[in-house]
Design a protein around this ligand. Structure first.
Ligand code: BGC
Length: 329
């Protein structure tokens, strides 16, 4: 074989080798490289947040949950929700502790006025887990932020409403969710300070509903039996107005009482539309849940999160409920 021919064959062989190497790399990559189908999901769930509610299944807390879960889907944050089936402070605190132990990235919960709550907030902080309060605040606990109603001011609003729409001496019965919950205490205090300053309103007594409708009905019944001269009733948690309406119905010959409640759950709005109750303080639970989760996202990005973010609170009267025809939260 001539020298030229040998070189020529070698060049062809060399080019062939190169081509087959290139083909192996190209097709091999195509065959074995797997696009991470769940890349979006992985991103979505890089952050895990626990929402610890006062009561699971309570329609008001369901709205906070709805806002939190929706915001979580948008911000790529996985929101787990927990809460006792019946409001129970100790269970709430135990759940919070479990969540800290289970290394969640943040906790959203109701501020609880209890030394154990403060200890847990500190414990969470030491692990780098921010606690954001919604619905009820305990600023001195060290929680990172609060999103919710200014509960004292909401009580003031309710008091002003009573003063504006009643005349002469009024005897008031209060139905409150709980004696222990901070927001309930603040709503009573704001109301009390406002109405008592008028000199024509006396608060006769307070009954407790345990944030349930039946509890509110029973508390109303007892209040009206024991204090028959009551002329107005004020309910401070979401299911109280509905219970108050039922309690009044149970009392034969109960006069036309002025009733003011809290929140705009469908049943309460219906009572407003029918004129069974006179007014309600409107809160924004969906927004509380949403905003709390967006704040977790902001904290993750090292962005500023204001310590206090009050959501709007206004009075809804019968006529407004009828006009707006329902409640967007
Ligand atoms: C309060 C919540 C409470 C709920 C009960 C709301 O008005 O803000 O703290 O859990 O009522 O139904």
């Amino acid at each position: 074989m001539g020298e030229r021919r040998k070189r020529w064959m070698f060049a062809v062989f060399f080019i062939g080798c190169l081509a087959s190497l290139a083909a192996t790399v190209y097709f091999g990559t195509k065959a074995f490289y797997v696009e991470p189908v769940n890349s979006e999901e992985n991103e979505t769930y890089q952050t895990r947040v626990a929402l610890v509610m006062e009561e699971a299944g309570n329609p008001y807390w369901e709205q906070i949950k709805e806002g939190a879960v929706e915001a979580g889907e948008e911000a790529g944050i996985y929101v787990e929700t927990y809460g006792p089936s019946k409001a129970n402070k100790n269970e709430q605190l135990e759940t919070m502790n479990r969540m800290i132990e289970s290394n969640v990235d943040a906790i959203i919960t109701q501020g609880i006025d209890d030394p154990v709550f403060q200890e847990l907030v500190q414990k969470a902080l030491e692990k780098g887990v921010p606690v954001i309060t919604v619905d009820s605040d305990v600023p001195e606990s060290g929680r990172r932020a609060y999103i919710g109603t200014d509960n004292y001011e909401a009580g003031v609003l309710a008091g002003e409403e009573l003063l504006q729409h009643t005349e002469g001496i009024q005897h008031v019965g209060i139905v409150s969710g709980s004696a222990e919950t901070v927001n309930q205490q603040e709503r009573v205090e704001g109301f009390r300070n406002t109405v008592e300053a008028s000199g024509r309103v006396e608060i006769k007594d307070i009954g407790y509903s345990g944030i349930s409708e039946i509890g509110a009905a029973q508390a109303t019944y007892s209040l009206l039996k024991e204090e028959p001269d009551i002329t107005a009733l004020y309910g401070t948690s979401a299911l109280d107005a509905v219970g108050i309406a039922q309690g009044i119905e149970e009392i034969e010959g109960a006069g036309d009482l002025y009733v003011i409640g809290f929140d705009t759950l469908p049943e309460t709005v219906q009572l407003l539309e029918e004129g069974t109750i006179d007014a309600t303080v409107r809160q924004h639970p969906v927004q509380m849940g949403e905003q709390a989760v967006y704040d977790v996202a902001r904290l993750n990005q090292q962005k500023h999160v204001p310590a206090i973010q009050h959501t709007d609170t206004v009075i809804w009267r019968s006529s407004e409920a009828a006009r707006e025809g329902g409640a967007e939260q």
